[in-house]
Design a protein. Sequence first.
Length: 118
Amino acid sequence: MNTDKIYAEQIANEYSPKKTSKVVALKKLDQKAKKPAQIFTYTFGIVFALVLGTGMSLCMGVIGEGSVLSMVIGVIVGVVGIVGCGLNYPIYKVILEKGKEKYGSDIIRLAKEITEEE
């Protein structure tokens, strides 16, 4: 095999104009529908996991003065964190459904075009 020829073809492929295929467009539409829900879910989940951890630390006396008041505040903050973590998935489903409704018709149309071509 001529390795110089293979190397030259690889470099030429990097600089040649790319054709956007329908499959690539379909993948991009799919990501457009799903990405806002994923970004929100990760952010919301991280924030409320930190809130839950802060409440646990207050309860155990790791932060705060370790009094009964800080324990009560820790329980309240921990419950808020648990509720937030529990609401994360239902909110994700709602946002995902909205994204699917928004881009669903375009995705279905493009998928039909792809399957009818073959």
